[in-house]
Ligand binder design. Structure first.
Ligand code: ADP
Ligand code: ZN
Length: 650
């Protein structure tokens, strides 16, 4: 079976590349492929990388939209290896740049960066190298472009093209607008013939258009990858007992890496504490912690000293750990872009990983409230675009709410959101990797009646009570409170007697999700019917409910990563050796003061554990082992594997 990552990048129909190629490009391309094999140990390019690299070598503009983990960096790194001159990469975050530069240096590629966090000494060294023409790639922060004379210096250093990473930052329709990015457009105006390639993981069609416009791309080749990440299994569950629900996911992935996202700093601290008390080794991470503390947590996670981080969304950009096996969201994210970006941090090695979203109807209202308030404040400060941005924000929120409460295949939903058509096969057979397609959501046969019972109970209770109370009435509870309110006498009392509390609560969530019920804000939110709710109650509109999750319908989980990586190339994994090599990688990483993934990633490790190479030649045939690493790390890993074999044959 081919690796899902290799197969996942479908191309938009466009003219054949060969016809467009300038003379000489194909020789350069062959050289680039060879360099990729030698330096990075990748035998083949993913389809979209192939296209993007050819376009770059032809000196044409491009917009490359590829999901996280799709392999964007290779698209600008590979041309830099074979083209004379300097490729300048604009990147928004220092940590992100640093990771890439370290990674390149580890593979023997001359690269450097310039940013404000460096000492003058460090910057001078980089300038000296540039003067010598010793660098293939230079990473710079966008604000540097505005510095007097900087652009001229880049020209003097032989800049031949510009790669703009995280290009959605240039669009205020994107979710991560950075005004500094607008300066790139000015650069273009000063040197119209400079080829620009823009890269992003998250761009709806509107944002794609905006990027092309803002950067004034000339007849760009727009390459859009398949946003489906088949190795990710998506699940959405109503949030009930958060601590237990999160613990269940962590336990199912014990010994594996995961991230749990919470909305606020307070939520992070509460959950991290509760998990720690339950014996989970984890660390909190949020912007309220000191920089030093945050760096330590990030470092511990990168170096595999800890596997679980409970964090706000401040954690993630620049996390390059490729073996994250699960991402849990403890509440509704702000938009589908964010959700896809945050879950995109799982399974970057292409091996199975799980994304669980826990949410409640109230999450939507909290966000809405927050967005409205901050727009109001911005307006008062005279920011005129605030209304427009709020509306765009609310629209994005509505979409992610639809994702969470709907029951459409999650993979299909995400694909279509990013403007792509799901394949017929996906439509017909389902994805096999989401709660909907795995049949974990069961249809309720008499949905309409159940919905009407709930809605009418809310009306009978005069739309003045919360979900807990409504549930009690419907289940025919015999409590003092029901007797006090006289609600034990209502005609709706006991209408759903056979159902469990969690079932009824779940349906109330679903009705809220479909916009039939809404809740008032405040400390004791109460339920009321919306206009659509009234229509359903009157039988003018249909509604489908799903059986809410119980322990029994908890789906089967995919195989462990090592087993799966080996199976992809028709091998059987030796899980004990895999664990042994992971341990060894951790030791080496600690000794060398680098993150473990820079040694080898999990996929390569799994292949080593399955193939058990015994010579350098064998070693070089393993995906992910280039010449430099074979020379540098080869003997060490060969010895470790041999030692493992000896210990077993005793
Ligand atoms: P992105 O920037 O799109 O999120 P990266 O460039 O970080 O993705 O690449 C994601 C992972 O895929 C990395 O571990 C990288 O080593 C791996 N990778 C990239 N290209 C290839 C390839 N052609 N063959 C095998 N692995 C690849
Ligand atoms: Zn599905």
């Amino acid at each position: 079976m081919p690796s899902p990552q290799d197969a996942d990048l479908l191309l938009q129909p466009q003219g054949a590349v060969e016809e467009l190629s300038k003379p000489g490009t194909s020789t350069l391309f062959a050289e680039a492929s060879e360099a990729i094999r030698r330096k990075f140990g990748f035998e083949c390019l993913r389809p979209l990388q192939d296209r993007a690299i050819r376009v770059a070598l032809e000196g044409r503009d491009a917009l490359v939209v590829m999901p996280t983990g799709g392999g964007k960096s290779l698209c600008f790194q590979a041309p830099a290896l074979v083209q004379p001159g300097l490729v300048v990469v604009i990147s928004p975050l220092i940590s992100l740049m640093k990771d890439q530069v370290d990674g390149l240096l580890a593979n023997g590629v001359p690269a450097g960066m310039l940013c404000s966090a460096q000492t003058p000494e460090e910057r001078r060294t980089v300038y000296e190298e540039l003067e010598r023409g010793g660098l293939d790639l230079l990473y710079v922060a966008p604000e540097r472009l505005a510095m007097e004379g900087f652009f001229e210096r880049l020209e003097a250093f032989g800049m031949v093209s510009l790669a703009v990473d995280e290009a959605h930052c240039i669009s205020h329709w994107g979710h991560d607008f950075r005004p500094e990015y607008r300066q790139i457009g000015e650069l273009r105006a000063r040197r119209p013939e400079l080829p620009i390639q823009a890269f992003t993981a998250t761009a709806t069609p509107a944002v794609q258009r905006d990027i092309c416009e803002q950067l004034a791309l000339r007849d760009p080749e727009v390459l859009v990858g398949d946003f489906d990440r088949p190795n990710l299994t998506y699940r959405v569950k109503p949030r009930r007992n958060l601590n237990d629900q999160v613990r269940a996911v962590i336990t199912a992935h014990s010994g594996e890496a995961g991230i749990v996202y919470c909305l606020s700093r307070k939520d992070v601290e509460k959950l991290a504490e509760a998990l720690a008390a339950a014996g989970v080794r984890c660390e909190p991470y949020h912007a309220g912690m000191t920089g030093e503390h945050r760096n330590r947590v990030q470092d511990d996670f990168q170096s595999e000293r800890i596997d679980v981080v409970v964090a706000t969304v401040a954690f993630g950009m620049g996390i390059d750990r490729t073996d994250v096996r699960y991402v849990v969201h403890a509440s509704l994210p702000k938009g589908v872009e964010q959700y896809s970006q945050e879950t995109g941090r799982a399974g970057r090695d292409g091996l199975p990983a799980e994304c669980v979203l826990l949410h409640s109807g109230g999450d939507y209202h909290n966000w809405k409230h927050l967005m409205e308030r901050s727009a109001q404040e911005a307006l008062e400060r005279g920011i005129e675009t605030a209304t427009e941005e709020r509306d765009a924000g609310l629209k994005r929120l509505g979409h992610v709410y639809g994702y969470a409460t709907g029951a459409l295949c999650r993979h299909m939903f995400l694909l279509e959101y990013f403007g792509q058509r799901a394949s017929d096969e996906l439509r017909e057979k389902g994805c096999g990797a989401c709660d909907v397609c795995l049949g974990e959501l069961q249809r309720v046969d008499d949905s309409q009646q159940v919905a009407q019972k709930i809605l009418s109970c809310v009306v009978r209770c005069e739309q003045r009570y919360g979900a807990g109370h409504i549930t009690d009435v419907l289940r025919g509870a015999d409590t003092a409170r029901l007797r006090e309110t006289g609600h034990d006498q209502l005609s709706t009392h006991g209408l759903l007697k056979q159902k469990s509390v969690s079932e009824v609560r779940g349906w109330i969530e679903q009705l809220s999700g479909h916009g039939l019920l809404a809740t008032t804000g405040g400390q004791y939110p109460t339920l009321y019917l919306t206009r659509t709710g009234v229509e359903v109650l009157k039988g003018e509109r249909e509604i489908q409910l799903f059986v809410t999750h119980t322990a029994k319908t908890e789906g089967k989980r995919k195989r462990r990563a090592a087993v799966s990586a080996a199976a992809e190339v028709g091998l059987e994994a030796d899980e004990a050796l895999f664990e042994d090599l992971r341990e060894y990688r951790r030791e080496l990483a600690r000794e060398r003061g680098v993150p473990p993934y820079l040694i080898f990633n999990d996929r390569t490790l799994a292949l080593l554990a399955a193939l058990k190479p015994s010579s350098e030649v064998d070693l070089l045939s393993v995906k992910g082992v280039g010449e430099k690493k074979a020379a540098d790390l080869g003997p060490l890993f060969l010895e470790r594997i041999a030692a493992y074999e000896r210990s077993r044959s005793k």
